[in-house]
Design a protein around this ligand. Structure first.
Ligand code: ATP
Ligand code: MG
Length: 334
């Protein structure tokens, strides 16, 4: 019999609900994004995000059930993002999930947001399985994780300062692209010259760690120098060069990790893995090193609830269950 999980996501500025069968088949996935609203402020305003989640969460759940053709009684587990994320935003999803679990009598499962990003790969790749190396690149995270099996998981590299997504969003804002910066910088750099501007690449010997603050400072210096000289930067070339630099660092460390661990499976996860420069560079590097690369389609890279339902299925199979004491864990680590 198939296990049907309902996923709820509200960790940042997407309110989402999805129904997934056996952790692999998406029956419905509804996303209500607040990004357009927050763009007025140049970034997410946490208090407003929570209030908007309150307004949209129940309609999202209703629509996800309707599109999937399932009712609450067909659902085997209510899975919800427990963290990391914005505390008020997380609490909206968690409270709704508790309510649904109470009225339906179905188990409640709190799911880690980063596990969910990685689990997006199960929704599209039949042969995706452990062991694998995961490069998690999102708005708040840049990590390399080695997943040997479902009990052995180790973060082997992480950023020592900014996440790649943060470094992209900040500079995108400064060069006038607005919020959310990632997709806009991706589009702006499409026809740009990626060697027009030169940025520093940071590597740490004997480590898979990252650092993007030097790169961000170098970018700000170039922009400030241009402003003082009354010149304009070429946004297209600048975007292409900046994204190329970030991608090269992400690719080099990920490949190094795979070779070091002799692991021939690599997956990408998180919003920045939607980036076209990174995807192209990673595909090329994996081909050259005989590494099988997995990545989700663009719509499953950024926050969604199908990935929560997919990760929730894995938790469900392991016997994880929560009760009404489930609380938001804004700083949850892997
Ligand atoms: N095409 C793209 N190119 C580069 N960056 C992108 C692209 N699409 C989205 N991003 C970036 O992905 C990030 C959002 O990803 P995601 O939704 O996974 O992050 P988050 O949920 O806010 O943070 P986290 O998952 O770490 O808690 C933003 O920084 C956004 O700019
Ligand atoms: Mg995310």
């Amino acid at each position: 019999m198939k296990i049907i999980t309902l996923g709820i996501e509200s960790s940042c500025d997407e309110t989402a609900c999805a129904v997934v069968s056996d952790g692999t088949h998406v029956l419905s996935s509804v996303i209500s994004s607040q990004a357009g609203f927050h763009s007025t402020f140049g970034g997410v305003v946490p208090e407003l995000a929570s209030r908007m989640h309150v307004e949209t969460i129940i309609p999202c759940v209703r629509e996800a059930l309707e599109v999937s053709g399932k009712s609450l009684s067909d659902i085997d587990a209510i899975c919800v993002t427990k963290g990391p994320g914005l505390v008020g935003a997380l609490l909206v999803g968690i409270s709704s999930a508790k309510g649904l679990s109470e009225v339906s009598g179905k188990p409640l499962i709190g799911v880690g947001h980063i596990d969910s990003h990685v689990a997006a790969n199960y929704l599209v790749h039949d042969d995706f399985t452990e062991p694998y190396v995961a490069l998690i690149v999102s708005g708040g995270h840049t990590e390399i994780v080695y997943v040997q099996d479902d009990r052995h998981k180790e973060v082997i590299g992480r950023t020592r300062d900014d996440a790649a997504g943060e470094a992209i969003d900040k500079i995108a804002r400064v060069i006038g692209l607005g919020y959310p910066g990632g997709p806009k910088m991706d589009a702006a750099g499409k026809d740009g010259d990626s060697s027009a501007y030169s940025f520093p690449r940071t590597f740490f010997p004997e480590s898979f760690d990252f650092s993007f603050s030097g790169l961000k400072t170098a970018a700000l210096n170039i922009i400030n120098q241009a402003t003082m000289a009354n010149k304009e930067i070429n946004v297209s070339d600048f975007s292409a060069s900046y994204l190329r630099t970030i991608s090269e660092v992400l690719v080099e460390n990920s490949i190094k990790a795979c070779l070091n661990l002799n692991c021939r499976r690599l997956c990408l996860a998180g919003g920045v893995s939607a980036n076209s420069v990174l995807r192209k560079a990673m595909i090329r590097a994996c081909e050259q090193n005989q590494i099988k690369l997995y990545y989700p389609p663009i719509e499953l890279c950024t926050d969604n609830a199908a990935m929560v339902a997919a990760a929730g299925y894995l938790y469900y199979c392991k016997g994880v269950r929560d009760d009404l004491s489930l609380n938001a864990q804004p700083s949850l680590r892997q």
